[in-house]
Design a protein around this ligand. Structure first.
Ligand SMILES: Cc1cc2nc3c(=O)[nH]c(=O)nc-3n(C[C@H](O)[C@H](O)[C@H](O)COP(=O)(O)OP(=O)(O)OC[C@H]3O[C@@H](n4cnc5c(N)ncnc54)[C@H](O)[C@@H]3O)c2cc1C
Length: 594
């Protein structure tokens, strides 16, 4: 790892990130690109042609495809070599996740297996557990699933009722309960099951072989989308689980569940980036071919707006996803270098960047929903036909805002974690928040105007951060320990934070690229940044103003509203011309080519 200064999780809000220190997707090596290419070929030749059949709950086909992926090594990309994997870093696994993301609901099965189905054992397992199960999961001999949710325990996952009782001879646990919504449930060989031992306060985690006596499966759920993934209820009736299959410590399961979800969240955003690129490419091919009023519909400004906006948001999503992924890789490597066990280091790195992982999850899933919606719109009536890929993409997208923690829960994680770290003194939010409060009371300093393109944009982003700190600081002072009850304000703050992180990630990527001078597209990327920063300024303004109006009064309110206006002031941009230039490139390339 280079000698770069690493910002801690959440520190992006109070410190400047140096462009040279972030990872950008343009830096993937040939080897990494080759792995992505293998995933692409597998998706294009094996998965997509069989999607119709897969969507008929064909468990045999799903099993075969997962095993084929295993034979090609695609299931073991991030599994260490000592367990028969390729030992690739996190960023590489994100790139392959992105590629698989173009494979509709197969991507969900793939991600559930390689992520939440495999990693709990890799990160928390004993050496014996890892030796026994990880090579089988990496090769596809075993298919994995993760069983946390219950009928009464969804977002409140630690309230599950599934029970584990130690046998009289102390050799096994008797597991009883019902898990619902289990991805890969119908095809899995190995389950990570969360249950409470006796009357424990917290869950414990168990490795359960799916052929155990007493374990039965429900039928595949009939779902709105991701029909090609198997989702079932699983019933456990006195299922005997050997004591050596307790994963981690007793009472430690909820922590495992949460940490694994951090990982699932950022992986989900990787998959949504791939799905976005796929939909944009389909949409532009259609828009170029489809003629109305004697011309391709791609020549219409209304369609160009959509193509450009889909691309801008996808570019932002990709930028922040890989920026955060590299943070996780760097933290994990530095912890390992300091002597921490690899599995523990991965988990700790993931925990450190939980805020960024939740940002990526919310942003990625909402960008994909936007992209599929506009994708269907570009196809017109054909977008409503089951014959087109956008119809499937539209149905498949919606789940992403619900699983891996709903977007409401993730928004609360973003704000809650920031404040928690602030209170604990891990993040010094206080000093910059007080500086902003002081700035509010002083005569506005408009500073010297800069002619440097990136400095101008950075100044705006610094101001967005001031807007966040102003609202958070004042709201916290007002509500103190009751702040968590003010969910609407937390949602406002989360949105302001997400958009700021997205805009900054985009800016840093383009700045780094402009220094490298290796892309022809830099002016178009600047167009994207111009439009994006201009747009988010008004959204941040509205979110901030909504929050201030709920709790501030009289002079304080006036000062904060004026501050909000000042901090979200945007440079004027000819967004129409910029979007047209962006769209024209996509139209000429006949695909998403950024
Ligand atoms: C297709 C599919 C696949 C899935 N795969 C898996 C899997 O493999 N393994 C697994 O364990 N689970 C899986 N799940 C379950 C999924 O993780 C849960 O559905 C999700 O966590 C939400 O829980 P819930 O459905 O009970 O909704 P609820 O928790 O009941 O939430 C309902 C609504 O209330 C909101 N809400 C809840 N609590 C709060 C709060 N404190 N403050 C504000 N709003 C709140 C939510 O955001 C949501 O809008 C899957 C679900 C689906 C649909």
């Amino acid at each position: 790892m280079s000698e770069k200064t690493l910002l801690k999780g959440g520190e992006f809000l109070i410190k400047e990130t140096i462009a040279q220190n972030i990872f950008i997707p343009e830096e993937f090596t040939d080897e990494q690109r080759m792995m992505a290419q293998s995933c692409r070929e597998f998706t294009e030749t094996q998965v997509i042609p069989q999607m119709d059949q897969l969507e008929k709950h064909d468990r045999k086909l799903l099993t075969k495809l997962l095993k084929d992926a295993g034979e090609l090594g695609l299931l073991g990309i991030s599994v260490p070599e000592e367990y028969d994997g390729f030992g690739q870093n996190f960023v590489t696994s994100m790139l392959t996740t992105e590629e698989m993301g173009k494979g509709f609901s197969f991507a969900v099965a793939f991600s559930a297996h390689t992520g939440i189905g495999t990693l709990p054992i890799l990160y928390y397992g004993t050496e014996a557990q890892k030796q026994k199960y990880i090579p089988k999961l990496a090769s596809g001999e075993f298919i994995g699933a993760y069983c946390l949710t219950e009928a009464e325990a969804g977002s409140d996952a630690n309230s599950g009722k599934t029970k584990a009782v130690l046998s009289a001879d102390g050799t096994y646990y008797n597991l009883t309960g019902v898990k619902i919504w289990i991805t890969n449930g119908g095809v899995a060989d190995l389950l990570i099951v969360f249950a409470k031992i006796d009357d424990d306060k917290n869950l414990s985690a168990f490795i359960v072989e799916a052929n155990s006596a007493g374990l039965t499966l429900g039928n595949d759920e009939e779902k709105m989308g991701i029909k090609g993934s198997s989702t079932v209820q699983i019933y456990f009736e006195d299922v005997k689980v050997p004591v050596e299959n307790l994963l981690g410590e007793r009472n430690g399961g909820f922590k495992i569940a949460l940490n694994i979800l951090n990982l699932g969240r950022i992986k989900l955003s990787g998959a949504t980036v791939g799905a976005c690129k796929g939909v944009i490419s389909h949409a532009v091919v259609f828009a170029n071919e489809r003629k109305q009023f004697g011309t391709s519909i791609s020549s219409f400004g209304a369609i160009k707006f959509k193509l450009a906006e889909m691309a801008i948001r996808t570019f932002a999503s990709e930028s922040l996803t890989y920026r955060a992924s590299q943070n996780i890789d760097d933290a994990s490597q530095s912890l390992t270098a300091a002597g921490m066990d690899k599995g523990k280091a991965s988990v700790e790195a993931m925990r450190q960047y939980a805020i960024e992982a939740s940002i990526a999850k919310v942003f990625g899933s909402e960008v994909l929903d936007y992209v599929v919606d506009e994708g269907v719109q570009i196809y017109g009536g054909m977008g409503y036909s089951a014959e087109t890929p956008v119809e499937r993409a539209y149905r498949d997208s919606r789940i992403n805002r619900i699983f891996e923690g709903t977007n409401e829960i993730n928004r609360m994680v973003i704000v809650g974690e920031l404040l928690k770290r602030g209170m604990k003194g891990e993040l010094d939010l206080m000093t910059p928040a007080m500086a902003v409060a002081k700035e509010l009371m002083s005569i506005p300093d408009f500073g010297s105007s800069t002619t440097n393109y990136f400095d101008g944009k950075k100044k705006m982003i610094v101001n967005f951060k001031k807007a966040i700190l102003m609202v958070a600081g004042a709201a916290l002072q007002k509500f103190m320990d009751k702040f968590a009850d003010e969910q609407e304000i937390m949602m406002n703050l989360a949105d302001m934070t997400i958009l700021t992180y997205a805009a900054e990630s985009m800016l840093l990527r383009i700045e780094k690229l402009s220094v490298k001078n290796t892309t022809q597209n830099i002016d178009l990327m600047k167009d994207m940044l111009d439009v994006y920063v201009y747009d988010v300024a008004s959204v941040i303004h509205k979110q901030g103003e909504d929050a201030v109006n709920t709790f501030a009064v009289s002079d304080e309110k006036q000062a904060m509203l004026m501050g909000m206006k000042r901090f979200t002031k945007a440079q004027s941009v000819n967004v129409v011309a910029a979007r047209r230039r962006i769209a024209d490139k996509i139209i000429t390339d006949n695909k998403y080519g950024f």
